[in-house]
Design a protein around this ligand. Structure first.
Ligand SMILES: *Cc1c(COP(=O)(O)O)cnc(C)c1O
Length: 457
């Protein structure tokens, strides 16, 4: 009964999200954000992002012992936009960063150090020093990195919570490139390798300042049960370390992110609540108040709240197939274009006024603007016929899509706008200009390779 009500409620949330999206597309056309001279935009649903942040907090509050310290750190790589990080901060969500650029974005958003976690697999000595100076939490990826931290800690008074990232090697999901917990994954210390577990335990016993343990085993395509197994193994390791240390040395578990997103329909599934309940069943000790909790969700917080909308420049037929040539392709949807089997996106058709298109369903391709044949957002898709001047919207693209521009064909980065109640928009990132492309592409070094530049005086 409870589950039934929850499913209906989830459906209601999805329907309201879809209605807000339709309203935003229409308003974007009416207000000229979208049009012949501005043929592509990214849209972000501010209400939806707040709702997901609230769901995340509530899901873990429901299973945690009251008073347990918890930090939900958004994986910045999912949507690396400063106003998004600021919005999440307002919702009590911190930042998980994995490069100097991402750390700078988090700081630009005013993210406090105590709400920031650094996890990258290739941290330089300078990055490690900066993180320690700032007091940002840090998870060492491997023994060599721990050596570097050792030497820095000798002369440091850092308040950074420090941990080690482990790979429980519980296995992969359906998308190889995104499976972080395979036997040969590049991330963290591979726990089942010979001697590795003992090395990790000793590393903690030798270093009283190691107080966290980190694993990130999920991602799109990884089943919840497997994610829970990864967390269970990490928890068991923390228990072993603490037993052998004779004290609660590991005081915080960082369980990573990786909740998959449903790209096939409007429904949000799985939910944070389902995952938190599964963890509470499988790893009850995790929530009994002895361990602080850090999470690092990315895709599941933002994906469903982003839409890229592109004008249909031309509608043509090729070999009997209807083809809509739009302005959204590989530059905003690299994963879908290069790996369409793994990353199918829903496409919604809007007419020239931004109203949802009705009418008979036609099998068609939705193509992008780039000059290679595979630049397709969708191939052989049955949907109302897209005609010249219409708009095609690629749904659920709020994470790892339009915020991840790929510079093919020197296509400009589209503007990104947040939409709120009442058809109002806020600029999140303005569109790149052609002048900026020239500048980025060595415009100031125009003569660098000409004969004169290389003449020996
Ligand atoms: C990418 C990443 C995340 C976020 O993963 P999602 O699938 O977007 O939730 C969290 N932690 C680490 C270490 C990551 O690399």
């Amino acid at each position: 009964m409870g589950a039934h009500i929850e499913a209906e409620e989830a459906g209601g949330i999805g329907a309201r999200r879809a209605a807000r999206r339709d309203e935003a597309v229409r308003a974007a056309v009416e207000q000229g954000l979208l049009g012949p001279d501005s043929p592509i935009v990214g849209l972000l649903d501010v209400v939806g992002i707040r709702e997901s942040a609230a769901e995340l907090r509530a899901a873990f509050e429901a299973v945690l012992t009251p008073g347990t310290p918890v930090l939900h750190a958004f994986a910045v790589k999912a949507t690396p936009l400063v106003p998004v990080l600021r919005l999440l901060r307002e919702e009590g969500v911190g930042a998980e960063v994995a490069s100097p650029g991402e750390l700078a974005l988090a700081r630009a958003a005013g993210m406090p150090s105590r709400m920031t976690v650094l996890d990258s697999p290739a941290k330089t000595p300078a990055e490690l020093r900066e993180a320690l100076d700032l007091g940002v939490a840090l998870n060492a990826d491997n023994p060599q990195e721990l050596d570097r931290i050792d030497s820095l800690m000798r002369s440091s008074t850092s308040r950074s919570p420090l941990g080690i990232r482990v790979n429980p090697q519980v296995g992969g999901g359906s998308i190889e490139a995104l499976s972080t917990a395979t036997a040969t994954s590049k991330f963290g210390v591979a726990l089942r390798d010979e001697g590795a577990r003992e090395w990790v335990v000793r590393a903690y016993l030798d270093r009283p300042w190691l107080t966290r343990l980190h694993a990130h085993t999920g991602s799109q395509g990884v089943p919840l049960a497997l994610m829970a197994q990864g967390v269970a193994q990490t928890y068991a390791l923390a228990e072993e370390i603490n037993r052998r240390a004779g004290r609660r040395q590991v005081d915080t578990l960082d369980i990573g992110g990786g909740l998959p997103v449903n790209f096939a329909s409007e429904e949000t599934t799985p939910t944070y609540a389902q995952y938190a309940r599964l963890l509470a069943e499988e790893v009850p000790g995790l929530f009994d108040g002895r361990y602080g909790l850090v999470t690092e969700f990315g895709r599941s917080l933002l994906a469903k709240h982003g839409t890229v909308v592109a004008r249909v420049e031309y509608a043509k037929a090729s070999g009997g197939r209807a083809v809509a040539v739009t302005h959204a392709g590989v530059q905003v949807a690299a994963r879908t274009v290069y790996a369409p089997e793994s990353w199918p996106l829903r496409i919604r058709a809007y007419d020239a006024k931004g109203r949802p298109k009705e009418g008979p369903v036609v099998v068609q391709d939705v193509a992008g603007p780039a000059c290679f044949a595979g630049d397709l957002l969708a191939e052989g898709r049955s949907m109302p016929l897209l005609e010249q001047g219409d708009y095609a919207a690629a749904l659920d693209t709020g994470a790892y899509y339009f915020a991840h521009h790929y510079g093919y064909n020197s296509l400009v980065r589209p503007g990104v706008y947040g939409f709120g109640p009442g058809g109002r928009f806020a600029v999140v990132r303005r569109a790149q200009t052609v002048e900026e492309i020239v500048a980025e592409s060595g415009g100031a070094q125009v003569d660098a390779l000409t004969r004169a530049a290389w003449e020996v005086p």
